[in-house]
Design a protein around this ligand. Structure first.
Ligand code: ADP
Ligand code: ZN
Length: 781
C-alpha cells in the first residue's frame, strides 16, 4: 500500500495568506472540550477526521488533535490560534465513526478527543512499519526536456535527466526511487539537489508500508462446508430474514458450547457479502486463537485481523488494508469494533456476556454495546452469541422485542454428551491445589496420552499469605490488596525489602510477597507478625500450581498461561504447542476457559470455583456460574468422554449448584429476583464514580463536595437517581492513591445522562482530584 505525498519537497514556500477557515479540534490529552482554530490557506482543506498539529494552552505547546468539525461560524476569529500543520493525508476517522465517537463521548462521559484517540490503533498513528521513500521525476514534458538537456552543464546532472527521460518519469506515478537513481548514475545526491533547485526535476516523498500478512501462508487451512442441522437451519433462516429487512436489529444466538454458533456466524456473513456488504466479528482477545482465525480465513478471502498478538507493523498493515477497502470481513478483539470498514451489513459479538469487552480505562466503553450502537448507526444487523447470555441481553429480549430477538441452539452439533461434572469438596483437602481425585484423574489422562487444562481464577485475588490462627493476611502498604507470593521475581533486590512488616523468625522460603497493583515486594515472614504462629499461603497462584504439577508429574510437560508469564505472541505460541501435543497440561488463569477447541482435552479442572464468589461484587454469582458453564463446554470436544472437576469450599452455593446442573434458566430466575429487589442491573442502570488522590483529607473533601453537587443537580432537575457514597472502594488504595466511590443508580440511562451532561458543563470540583466515571460498570471494585 502506498500513500502519496503530493507536494514537492523542494518547492519554494508560498507567501502566507490571511486565513479564513475555522475548524474545531479535539485533543487526545484529556481536556473535556474542543477548541476552534484557524487554518492557513496553504494547509486548507482540512477534512473531519484528519489530525492537525496546533499550539495549545498558555505555553503554546504543540499538540496533536483530531479535526471534528469544519464549518465553524467565524465569530471571534481575531482570538483564534492557527494550526501549525496537517498530520494525515487522509482522514483516520470517517463520518460514520465520527458519529459513533460522539455517541461514546456522550454516553460514557469521556472527552471526544480521548474517544477518537482510542479508535485508531497506536501502530497506525505512529506509522509502524512505514518507510518514507524519496522519488524523482522530471518537471517538464518530453519535448521541453530535450532543449533543457542541451543547456545542462554538469555531466552527472545530464546523466540523471537522461536516465529519468528513458524511464519515462514525468509524473509522480512514474517517478523513480531516489536511491535507485543514485545507484544507476553512480553519484551522490548533490547533482539531484542542484537539478531540483533549478526546478528541472521534482523530488517527492511517499510512504510505503511493507505488506505483512497476519497469518503466514502455511497456516491457512482448507475447510469443507458442513451440512447444517435442523436447529442451525431454523436459526439461520431467522437471522437471514432479519438481515434481509435491511434494518437494524439484534439477534441473541443463545446456544450451548459446540452447538454450531460459529458456523452460523460464517453463514450469516456469507449472506451479507453476497449483498456486497461487509462484516465485523468481535471475540474476546483470548478466544482469538489461531484455530478461530484459521476457521474464518479458510472461508473468506478478504479478511483482516486485529488483535494484540500481531506486531505493530502487522497491525498497521491490517488497518490500512481495511481503510483501503481491501477487506470485507474484519475479525478482532474489542477495539475491532472501530475498524475503518465501510458498508457494514453485520456485526457479530461472540461470547457477548464476557466482561473483558468492557474497557477499564477511558473511554470505558463496552465492546458489545458499542457494536450494537454501530450496527444501529449503519442500519446493520447485530448477532450476539453466547452459551450464557448476560442478564442485560436477556432483559433486552424481554423488553425491546421490536429490536432484540432470541434464537436458541439447545443441542451440541454432533450430539456429543456434555462432560461429566464432579464437585470436589476442598474442605477435605485444604492444603492442596489439586485434590487427590483430580490428581488421580490427571494421572490417568496422561497415561492415555490425552491432555488436561487446569484453571485458576484472576491472579490478584487468588493467592494470599495468611495466619490460620489469628486470620491475619499480609497486605500491601501502598494498596489495599493482599500480597501474592512469588517464588522468583525478576529484578528482586533484598536491599529494597519494605519495612512495614515486623519480620520475626526465619524466612519461609526465598521468595517474596508481591503486590499486583503497584509491584512493591517484601520477604515473606515465616511467623505471623501479630501472633507468631506459622503463616500459610492460601496459594492458588499459577506459579504454585505449575510447581505442584511438575512435582507430581515429572514426566509431563506443563505450561503456565497467565499475564505474568506471557505477552500476546507467547500466548499464541503456547497454544500452538498445546494443540500439537508438545504440552500435556495447560495451567492458567480463566482466560483459558473460552474459545479453545482441543479434541484431545479430556479433563478440565477448576482449581477453585470460589474465588470470584469471595469478591464483594453484585456480579460475583453471575461470574461464577459463567466460569463453570464455559468450562463444561471445553472438555470432551470429540468422541472421547470428558470430565470436569470443580473444586470448591462453598459447593452448596446456588451459583455453583445451578452451574453443575447446567440449569441456566434456574440460575437466571433466582439471580434476577435478587437484582430486581436491589435495584441493580439489568433493571436499573449504574454509574460508578471513583475519585482518587494521595492525600486522604483532600480526597475526602473533594468527594463530599462532589456528592453535594450531584445532590443539588438531582434535586434541581428532579432526577430519579439514588446516590450512595462517598465510600471507600473495595480496593481502597492502589499505588498509594486512596480511592473513594460514589455509586449512582437510576431506572433509566437517560436520567443518568442528564445528570452527567449538567456535571460536565459545570466548573470542576476544587480541590482537584482524579475522577473516573464508569457508566454501566461490569464490577464495582
Ligand atoms: P460453537 O461456536 O457454538 O461452539 P461451532 O460452530 O464451533 O460451535 O461448532 C462446533 C464444531 O462442530 C466445529 O468443529 C464445527 O466445525 C462443527 N460443526 C458445526 N456445525 C456443524 C454441522 N452442521 N455438521 C457438522 N459439524 C458441524
Ligand atoms: Zn501495592
Amino acid at each position: 500500500m502506498t500513500k502519496h505525498e503530493t507536494e514537492s519537497l523542494f518547492e519554494p514556500a508560498q507567501p502566507e495568506q490571511p486565513a479564513n477557515h475555522i475548524i474545531r479540534v479535539a485533543f487526545e490529552s484529556g481536556v473535556d472540550s474542543e477548541f476552534d482554530y484557524l487554518v492557513p490557506d496553504k494547509l486548507w482543506p482540512v477534512i473531519v477526521g484528519q489530525r492537525v498539529e496546533t499550539p495549545f494552552g498558555r505555553s503554546n505547546k504543540q499538540e496533536i488533535g483530531f479535526c471534528v468539525e469544519t464549518d465553524i461560524n467565524p465569530q471571534k476569529v481575531f482570538k483564534l490560534k492557527k494550526i501549525s500543520d496537517l498530520i494525515d493525508k487522509e482522514p483516520l476517522i470517517d463520518t460514520g465513526l465520527m458519529e459513533l465517537a460522539k455517541w461514546i463521548s456522550d454516553y460514557y462521559v469521556c472527552p471526544l478527543g480521548v474517544v477518537l484517540g482510542a479508535m485508531v490503533p497506536g501502530a497506525v498513528k505512529k506509522g509502524a512499519g512505514e518507510k518514507k521513500e524519496k522519488y524523482v521525476y522530471l518537471a517538464f514534458g518530453p519535448e521541453q526536456i530535450e532543449k533543457i538537456l542541451d543547456e545542462i552543464k554538469g555531466k552527472k546532472q545530464k546523466q540523471i535527466v537522461r536516465q529519468l527521460k528513458e524511464s519515462g518519469a514525468y509524473e509522480p506515478e512514474t517517478a523513480v526511487e531516489l536511491n535507485d537513481l543514485l545507484c544507476e548514475v553512480d553519484c551522490t545526491d548533490l547533482p539531484v539537489r542542484n537539478l531540483a533547485d533549478k526546478a528541472i526535476i521534482k523530488i517527492a516523498q511517499r510512504i510505503v508500508l511493507r505488506s505483512l500478512p497476519a497469518i503466514p501462508e502455511g497456516m491457512l487451512i482448507k475447510s469443507e462446508k458442513v451440512i447444517l442441522n435442523d436447529d442451525q437451519k431454523n436459526a439461520l433462516d431467522n437471522i437471514i430474514t432479519r438481515i434481509n429487512t435491511g434494518q437494524f436489529g439484534v439477534t441473541l444466538l443463545y446456544g450451548v458450547t459446540d452447538s454450531g454458533k460459529t458456523e452460523l456466524y460464517i453463514r450469516a456473513i456469507d449472506e451479507v457479502i453476497k449483498k456486497g456488504k461487509s462484516a465485523i466479528v468481535l471475540l474476546p482477545e483470548i478466544a482469538l486463537t489461531t484455530q478461530t482465525i484459521q476457521r474464518f480465513s479458510a472461508r473468506f478471502e478478504n479478511i483482516a485481523i486485529m488483535h494484540s498478538g500481531l506486531t505493530a507493523p502487522q497491525r498497521n498493515t491490517q488497518w490500512q488494508k481495511i481503510k483501503a477497502g481491501e477487506a470485507n470481513v474484519v475479525i478482532g478483539a474489542r477495539s475491532a469494533v472501530f475498524a475503518p470498514l465501510t458498508n457494514i451489513g453485520l456485526i457479530v459479538v461472540d461470547e457477548e456476556h464476557e466482561p473483558s469487552y468492557k474497557q477499564d480505562t477511558a473511554p470505558r466503553y463496552h465492546g458489545r454495546d458499542v457494536a450494537i450502537k454501530r450496527a444501529q448507526l449503519c442500519s446493520a444487523h447485530c448477532i450476539l452469541g453466547t452459551a450464557t447470555p448476560s442478564l442485560e441481553t436477556l432483559q433486552n429480549c424481554q423488553t425491546k422485542k421490536n429490536i432484540f430477538n432470541m434464537v436458541r441452539l439447545p443441542r451440541r452439533v454432533m450430539n456429543l454428551p456434555f462432560p461429566e461434572m464432579r464437585l470436589i469438596d476442598m474442605k477435605e483437602y485444604p492444603s492442596q491445589l489439586t485434590s487427590e481425585p483430580l490428581t488421580h484423574q490427571l494421572g490417568e489422562v496422561l497415561a492415555k496420552g490425552e491432555q488436561a487444562i487446569l484453571l485458576l481464577n484472576r491472579r490478584g485475588y487468588s493467592n494470599f499469605i495468611f495466619c490460620p490462627s489469628c486470620k491475619h493476611i499480609l497486605h500491601c502498604r501502598n494498596c489495599d490488596v493482599t500480597l501474592t507470593f512469588h517464588k522468583s521475581v525478576a529484578g528482586f533486590q533484598p536491599a529494597r525489602i519494605s519495612s512495614f512488616l515486623t519480620i520475626t523468625g526465619k524466612h519461609l522460603q526465598t521468595g517474596s510477597a508481591v503486590c499486583h497493583y503497584c509491584g512493591s515486594q517484601t520477604l515473606v515472614p515465616e511467623k505471623c507478625p501479630l501472633c507468631s504462629k506459622t503463616m500459610i499461603m492460601i496459594g492458588l497462584g499459577t506459579q504454585r500450581l505449575e510447581e505442584e504439577l511438575t512435582r507430581k508429574f515429572p514426566n509431563a510437560k506443563v505450561a503456565r498461561v497467565d499475564s505474568d508469564s506471557m505477552k500476546g505472541p507467547d500466548y499464541y505460541r503456547v497454544l500452538k504447542d498445546f494443540s500439537e501435543g508438545k504440552i500435556q497440561i495447560l495451567a492458567g488463569t480463566q482466560m483459558l476457559a473460552k474459545g479453545l477447541h482441543f479434541p484431545n482435552v479430556t479433563l478440565v479442572g477448576i482449581i477453585s470455583a470460589d474465588t470470584s464468589l469471595y469478591l464483594p461484587d453484585f456480579r460475583s454469582n453471575e461470574r461464577t456460574f459463567q466460569l463453570i458453564s464455559q468450562v463444561a463446554g471445553r472438555a470432551g470436544r470429540s468422541a472421547k468422554k470428558g470430565i470436569v472437576f470443580v473444586q470448591s469450599f462453598l459447593g452448596n452455593q446456588p451459583a455453583i449448584q445451578f452451574a453443575l446442573k447446567s440449569d441456566f434458566d434456574g440460575f437466571v430466575k433466582e439471580e434476577l429476583t435478587h437484582r430486581r429487589n436491589c435495584n441493580l442491573p439489568p433493571f436499573w442502570r449504574l454509574a460508578l464514580i471513583t475519585l482518587r488522590d494521595r492525600t486522604f483529607a483532600k480526597l475526602e473533601l473533594a468527594a463530599k463536595l462532589f456528592r453535594e453537587k450531584i445532590d443539588r443537580i438531582v434535586a434541581d432537575e428532579h432526577l430519579q437517581i439514588k446516590v450512595r457514597g462517598p465510600m471507600p472502594a473495595t480496593i481502597s488504595r492502589i499505588q498509594t492513591f486512596h480511592r473513594l466511590q460514589i455509586i449512582l443508580q437510576s431506572p433509566q440511562p437517560a436520567i443518568l445522562h442528564r445528570l452527567f451532561s449538567t456535571l460536565r458543563k459545570s466548573p470542576p470540583i476544587r480541590p482537584a482530584v482524579t475522577v473516573a466515571i464508569d457508566i454501566d460498570p461490569v464490577d464495582l471494585l
